[in-house]
Ligand binder design. Structure first.
Ligand SMILES: NC(=O)c1ccc[n+]([C@@H]2O[C@H](COP(=O)([O-])OP(=O)(O)OC[C@H]3O[C@@H](n4cnc5c(N)ncnc54)[C@H](O)[C@@H]3O)[C@@H](O)[C@H]2O)c1
Length: 277
């Protein structure tokens, strides 16, 4: 259902790897709503070639960038302004990676060099993006910047290891830079805290299926799918949410404010009946 909510708006979408990616769905929805945008991802991810399909579908140029490298980000922002023909109205940061999770290190045995890499890729890259956008004066007034987060920033989820700290930093950057860009340019900066979602990054976390199911049973509305996250991002990029800024917005079907649900009570009751039998 398209409503032309983003007609005439120009954007940059970071992090579409394949059809499962949340950024992929956001790109498709932004296209439907009339936006033009540049797609960006790490050179390594580009080699998989999937992004070319999305680029064709959305008529969106691609500019490769390692989001930890400021010079790469400078090229993305200046290239986007040039290729799209004006300043940028919206940016999506949909980037996350932990070498510790990739290599199966538990929380008690983290490699600290990798920990720093996790923070650089998954959190500091957001600061670098906002910094480059500010220095280049690349954002339009009343623009909107969104990064994707997860509730492990507030609550302990052991298998999420150092990504929990990365998300806490990410959310804090959204507040600090939101304050700065609000004053300077009337630009809003928010994070969306999304339900567990079956993507490449999601599936990399050990025990993912269990906490996907747990969140599904806990949330009154069920887990929010990637498509719904894309709808929410569109609303945040649109002019309908111009005074929402410096927030961590829960997009989780009610998970974060549920204590216990009937589904969990039933599951535990059944499991304990089974163990007593
Ligand atoms: N999948 C979930 O359960 C879930 C839940 C909440 C939040 N999120 C967040 O959503 C965002 C998108 O993840 P996703 O689930 O769509 O998975 P995904 O694997 O499709 O996306 C992660 C992206 O990060 C990119 N990336 C990694 N290192 C990079 C670098 N150095 N420079 C540029 N890009 C780099 C990858 O190429 C990939 O496109 C992440 O921030 C993730 O933490 C995911």
């Amino acid at each position: 259902m398209a409503n032309n909510l983003l007609a005439g708006k120009r954007g940059i979408i970071f992090g579409a790897l394949n059809e499962q990616s949340i950024a992929w769905k956001v790109a498709q929805r932004c296209h439907e709503e009339g936006a033009t945008f540049v797609l960006s991802n790490a050179p390594l991810a580009m080699r998989m070639g999937e992004i070319n399909k999305l680029s064709e579908e959305c008529n969106a140029p691609i500019i490769a960038a390692d989001a930890t490298v400021v010079e790469d980000l400078e090229k993305v922002f200046s290239g986007a302004v040039e290729q799209l023909g004006g300043k940028i109205d919206f940016v999506l940061h949909s980037i996350g990676m932990s070498p510790n999770i990739r290599k199966g290190k538990g929380y008690g045995e983290l490699n600290y060099d990798w920990f720093q890499k996790t923070l650089d890729i998954s959190a500091l890259s957001f600061h670098k993006m906002l910094h480059v956008a500010e220095k280049q004066d690349a954002l339009n007034e009343w623009g909107s910047v969104v990064a994707l987060s997860y509730i492990a920033a507030q609550r302990a989820f052991l298998d999420y290891t150092d990504m929990s700290q990365a998300k806490a930093v990410l959310e804090s950057i959204a507040r600090s830079y939101g304050q700065r860009l609000g004053h300077l340019k009337k630009v809003r900066v928010n994070t969306v805290s999304q339900s567990p979602t079956k993507t490449t990054a999601g599936a990399g976390i050990s025990g993912f299926n269990a906490f996907y199911e747990y969140a599904e049973r806990m949330s009154p509305l069920g887990n929010a799918p990637a498509e719904a996250c894309a709808d929410y991002c569109v609303s945040l990029f649109s002019d309908l949410t111009r005074f929402v800024t410096m927030q961590n917005l829960m997009h989780d079907g009610g998970f974060s404010t549920t204590g216990i649900s009937e589904g969990i009570v039933e599951a535990i009751t059944q499991a304990s009946a089974g163990s007593e039998a």
